[in-house]
Design a protein around this ligand. Sequence first.
Ligand SMILES: Nc1nc2c(c(=O)[nH]1)N[C@H]1C(S)=C(S)[C@@H](COP(=O)(O)O)O[C@H]1N2
Ligand SMILES: [Mo]
Length: 369
Amino acid sequence: MRRGPRREGAFRSRLHEPRTAVVIGRWLGAAVLVCFLTGLASHLLQDPPTWLRDRLPPRPVQGYRITQGLHVISGIAAIPLLGAKLWTVYPQLFAWPPVRSVRHALERLGIAVLVAAMLLEVFTGLLNTVQWYPWPFPFRQTHFWLAWAATGGLLLHIAAKGPEIAEHWRRPVPPLAGRRAFLGAVTASVAAVTLTTAGQTVPWLRRLDLLAPRRPDIGPQGLPVNRTAVQAGTTAVPADWRLTVVGPRPYTLGLAELAALPQVEAELPIACVEGWSASARWSGVRVRDLLDRAGAPADARVRFTSLEADGPYRVMEMPAAYARDGLTLLALRVNGEVLDADHGYPARVIAPNRPGVLQTKWVVRMEVL
Ligand SMILES: Nc1nc2c(c(=O)[nH]1)N[C@H]1C(S)=C(S)[C@@H](COP(=O)(O)O)O[C@H]1N2
Ligand SMILES: [Mo]
């Protein structure tokens, strides 16, 4: 039975030992914690439960950009850390006897679930950053629930290994040949993947942005596009396009009439859930002004509908705090030009501290709720 990797002494590296596992585990744990909390924030902002819906703040303006940037940065950093951690401990996969007691069996089962959830979580997250969904299940719900499984599994794992972790947590530890080099290589890998991808959201790292799927300054009018007008079927905006506002005093406005209303300029980011963000100078009509004109009460929420025939982001609801914010615009222009078709011509929503998916393009209708 004890052949191959099950042999005594089958793994010759001395680095498969607890101190190395604890050092890497600490880094990985920190990355997972940041990733979990920022992911939760993203989930709640994108799809808030009713109790939270009217408590979300439109400030800080760059809030979502920062939390989502950290989410993708920590998630990408977790990949080499996870690889290193698994390499450090994988000889235990072949431990002999495979099961020593009920407790041992449960612990191994827990680790199997933890490792599977973690691997699947970083894998689905990474593919999401390139908008690739080669699976039959919905990405967002799966990624959300797997996060609980992975983080819960991690907490149980830390609890089960508590005494051993504590024992190897502090220095001094006996120096071990090769450990410093190994940890140095892991650090270098983390630094490399972080520095070559973080530029998709951190402006001063832009020039190093070699591995991320997008450069945030490349695209029509200097901004990337997620869903183009061709994909959305909104290239031909009808000549008689009018914005319909439904409320206590409903009205419609043509494009020239909208452009004749007081225009406000705001520097705001688009922060996509896929990890890229880019700021731009938007100008247009304050949503607040449009709502006042319709006689909307101050605490009313608003539903925006896009010209797009279908798609998950065709209809968007905005809580009152965002609708009333002076920076929330129905934008007609970006960076000094009329909106490109890909950026939502003739009109799009742009609001502070909102996930990109909620910055609805090709708006045609607003309803006071
Ligand atoms: N109607 C509509 N609006 C939309 C989308 C969409 O698919 N349909 N995509 C959203 C997403 S996911 C992002 S990140 C931003 C991107 O805006 P941009 O193309 O102007 O950069 O638009 C948002 N607005
Ligand atoms: Mo997005």
